[in-house]
Design a protein around this ligand. Structure first.
Ligand code: ATP
Ligand code: MG
Length: 412
């Protein structure tokens, strides 16, 4: 069975707005056994929407349409879909009453233009919208089906799950896609590809994609299974790749690196403090984005200037003078110093040249040193990171988290 998504909204054709609804919908449709074979983005133009919907009905079992159900002149999806089906729109008195009550509940009279949200397409089942004023619709047209839903993601997602998912599942016949995802650090995309390609070429029933995103490589595997069938191929492929890549794989369950680190820190009973010079807070921000991070993350110092490196992180002025602020010696002293100042079991530090200025022949832009100290050992790592200022800062933060993971793995 195949499905098609139509995202309506002129804003989705500008450089400012991305159609993210279709990513959510594709995941859900796949789980229900539908392959999404086409997506269209169309502006708020009634005749274009009509054309797209008519074409969609000739080739797709399910057509999911989002957006343009609002109360304003430019929201024309309702009329355009009615036109595509050759059906009438009629006022649903119950819906109108609900709308009025909804506005009254907020203490405001309903604007007259909202009336149009109470119009439904002949023969449609109305899908209630607890999070907004525009109801959705489910429409059968011969063997094809249309789901019509509002554009705002906080309205669409709950409506899909509560109303559309059960209807779609009933059509799908139990066929579904099973997805396995590996997240990998410490390797480039081409390294991962050259190692894994020979493994997955032996497994033709599994689709694979590899994607480099911020800070990690994602390897995604999909297998379609019939009702009751076990996803054996995708599971054995995923296991074979994990065995080959070893601990470069940091998660198999879509977790972020900071979530994984949080678990490792908590389980090992460690606490962490950071001294961040060129990243000035990026590492702390990522780590504290995880709920419950106060269990293991104690705090940090944004030691941007040498004065702060000296006064708050205890780095001797002479050391900075002798080796420079961006040096292995200072990175190690920062890690030890912040660990002591804050009283954590581990100290992590970063010092580097984010650019675009400040580089020299022996210390180029992108040069970073990381320090890592615990009660027994202090180490450092060096890297030259290409890219602009923001890229250098973000990659440095990712590199620091990767280094911390290495240490925690080694002491497990
Ligand atoms: P409303 O009653 O809010 O007008 P609507 O169904 O008319 O609902 P739109 O006007 O099309 O929805 O979109 C409202 C907002 O929802 C958009 O500004 C945008 O932020 C978001 N939105 C719409 N479509 C999408 C999409 N495909 N992906 C992500 N966000 C979307
Ligand atoms: Mg709108």
């Amino acid at each position: 069975m195949n499905a098609e998504i139509v995202a309506v909204g002129s804003e989705l054709l500008t450089p400012d707005h991305l159609d993210t609804n279709s990513l959510f919908l594709t995941g859900r449709l796949n789980e229900a056994g539908f392959e999404v074979h086409l997506k269209t983005i169309v502006g708020d133009s009634a005749h274009e929407i009509t054309e797209v919907v008519q074409a969609a009905l000739t080739r797709s079992d399910v057509v999911v349409i989002t957006g343009g159900l609002g109360p304003t002149e430019d929201d024309v999806t309702r009329q355009a879909v009615a036109e595509a089906l050759g059906r009438r729109l009629s006022l649903d008195a119950g819906l109108l009453e609900n709308l009025r009550r909804r506005f009254a509940g907020r203490g405001i009279p309903m604007p007259a233009i909202n009336d149009r949200q109470a119009f439904t397409i002949e023969g449609a089942e109305v899908l209630p919208n607890p999070n907004g004023s525009a109801p959705g619709m489910w429409i059968a047209e011969g063997t094809r089906h249309i789901a019509l839903m509002p554009g705002p993601p906080n309205e669409l997602k709950p409506m899909y799950d509560a109303q559309v998912a059960p209807r779609v599942a009933a059509l799908g016949g139990g066929r579904r896609v099973v997805r396995r995802a590996l997240r990998i650090i410490g390797m480039t995309e081409s390294e991962v590809d050259s190692i894994t390609a020979p493994i997955y070429s032996t497994c033709s029933s599994v689709q694979t994609t590899i994607l480099a995103s911020a800070g990690y490589i994602g390897l995604y595997m999909y297998q379609w299974v019939r009702s009751g069938e076990r996803p054996e191929q995708v599971d054995s492929l995923s296991q074979a790749i994990q065995a080959t890549l070893g601990d470069a794989v940091f998660t198999t369950s879509d977790e972020s690196l900071e979530e994984v680190l949080g678990r490792m820190l908590r389980e090992s009973g460690n606490t962490l403090a950071v001294a961040e010079s060129c990243t000035s807070g990026l590492i702390g921000m990522r780590l504290t984005g995880v709920p419950g991070s106060s269990d293991y993350f104690l705090g940090g110092v944004l030691c941007y200037s040498n004065k702060v490196k000296e006064h708050l992180c205890g780095v001797p002025a002479a050391l900075i003078q002798q080796h420079g602020a961006v040096s292995p010696e200072v990175a190690e002293a920062l890690a030890q110093g912040v660990r002591q100042a804050i009283g954590s079991s581990i100290g992590l530090s970063v010092t580097g040249i984010a650019g675009p200025g400040g580089g020299s022949a022996d210390k180029p832009v992108g040069l970073v040193y990381l320090g890592l100290a615990d009660a027994k050992t202090t180490t450092h790592a060096r890297r030259v990171i290409p890219g602009d200022r923001q890229t250098v800062r973000e990659r440095t933060a990712a590199f620091a988290l990767a280094l911390l993971r290495r240490r925690l793995l080694a002491t497990e």
